[in-house]
Design a protein around this ligand. Structure first.
Ligand SMILES: [Mg+2]
Length: 385
């Protein structure tokens, strides 16, 4: 079960968010980019993973192709705990939160896919769950910065069956527009401002949002590691959610010890993969903190989040971005129906990507690290695009 190759590619999917494209790093955001990772073993088995990319996808890919992938070639794909320890130790001086950890997450998710395929069991079963095959989702709306578009899309998401709506709006007017539409439909509202404010500004806005009875207020404070500042905002009584920018178990330990969060939001493609997610779940649950994963992804990172969530007794909501993709190689599993998502039933992650869609939307080259699989092993595992 040795790892013989790691392939990386960017799959770039056009999408429509129900309004003008949001901007990021000075460019309109028109495509969802998946950094898709394919890991093959000497048994001829193939596992799939996803590493966090967003606007920094080329940085994560460079970390993967030049450092992390070469480190795992020749290692046993079944030694997931050992690889977590040794690879993350090998790259720790390059950053404990950033491209190298994201890159490892892409491989780590693929290792769990391989473990499930080898055992002929879904990953959720390996994690101790799996009988819950449908989960409630929440609609995570992108930023519109326009009250009428916020109202329109909140209404549409409620009509599509979502009972929980999250806005990425930062003004009194846009949040009020979403709150009005959500309240009318009987849906609960969350607001995520991506670490925008100082503590005094966050306190002022928490006060302004008080009439909306938020289900949670997400990342109100800059910088995300200001646990004491977050705790001051939490003291005003609105439930605080954070964690997508938190480094590993010990980052969450700092937030919990400071009394900074009600809801922890670890992110499987950022935190280093499934193993670290499980450690955060165990720790936060033991300290009375709810865990609701951050998972606005569209490939194996999203599917891995479904398996984790399915296995948890706490039944957290699944985050789904409110948008329409032209196509996705993981359809139909990335598309909620009536505000709910289904767990793919097959072994591993349960759904290999559609090769034709992968090929059609691959942007740029495919980089392969490692060698070819011996001919005699080929055909035993899933074929790859
Ligand atoms: Mg967020």
């Amino acid at each position: 079960m040795k790892i013989v190759s790691v392939e990386s590619r960017i799959v770039s999917l056009p999408f429509d968010m129900g309004g003008p494209p949001a901007a990021f790093a000075g460019k309109p955001w028109t495509h969802l980019d998946i950094l898709l990772v394919r890991v093959e073993t000497d048994e001829g088995l193939v596992g799939w993973g996803e590493a966090f990319g967003h606007a920094g996808i080329h940085a994560t890919r460079a970390a993967l192709d030049t450092i992390v992938a070469p480190l795992v070639i020749g290692r046993s794909s079944g030694d997931i705990a050992e690889l977590n320890r040794s690879i993350l130790h090998a790259v720790h001086l390059l950053g404990r939160n950033g491209p190298f950890v994201y890159a490892f997450a892409g491989i780590e998710i693929a290792l769990w896919d391989l473990a499930g395929k080898r055992a002929n069991l879904p990953v959720a079963r390996l994690l101790g769950g799996g009988s819950r095959t449908e989960m409630d989702a929440y609609a995570s709306l992108l930023a519109y910065n326009d009250p009428s578009l916020v109202e329109k899309n909140t209404k549409a998401a409620c009509k599509a069956g979502y009972r929980y709506i999250k806005l990425h709006e930062v003004t009194r007017e846009t949040v009020a527009a979403g709150a009005k539409a959500a309240a009318k439909a009987g849906a609960k509202l969350m607001v995520d401002v991506n670490c925008l404010w100082s503590v005094p500004a966050a306190l002022e806005m928490a006060d302004a949002f008080r009439p909306h009875d938020l289900f949670w207020f997400e990342e109100p404070v800059w910088p995300p590691e200001d646990a004491q500042g977050l705790a001051r905002v939490r003291a005003c009584g609105i439930p605080i959610a954070a964690g997508e920018n938190t480094a590993g178990l010990h980052g969450f330990k700092a937030l919990v010890e400071a009394g900074a969060i009600d809801i922890a939001q670890p992110s499987v493609t950022k935190i280093g993969g499934i193993t670290e997610m499980l450690r955060v779940f165990a720790y936060c649950t033991a300290h009375g903190v709810t865990v609701t994963p951050h998972c606005p992804y569209f490939g194996p990172g999203f599917i891995a989040s479904l398996h984790i969530i399915s296995a948890l007794a706490e039944r957290p909501l699944v985050e789904v971005l409110w948008l329409e993709m032209e196509a996705n190689p993981f359809d139909p599993w990335v598309k909620p129906v009536d505000g709910r998502v289904k767990l793919p039933p097959g072994p591993g992650l349960g759904c290999d990507p559609d090769p034709a869609i992968v090929e059609r939307y691959t942007a740029g080259e495919v980089v392969r690290t490692g060698g070819a699989v011996p001919m005699k092993a080929r055909g035993r595992g899933k074929t790859a695009p």
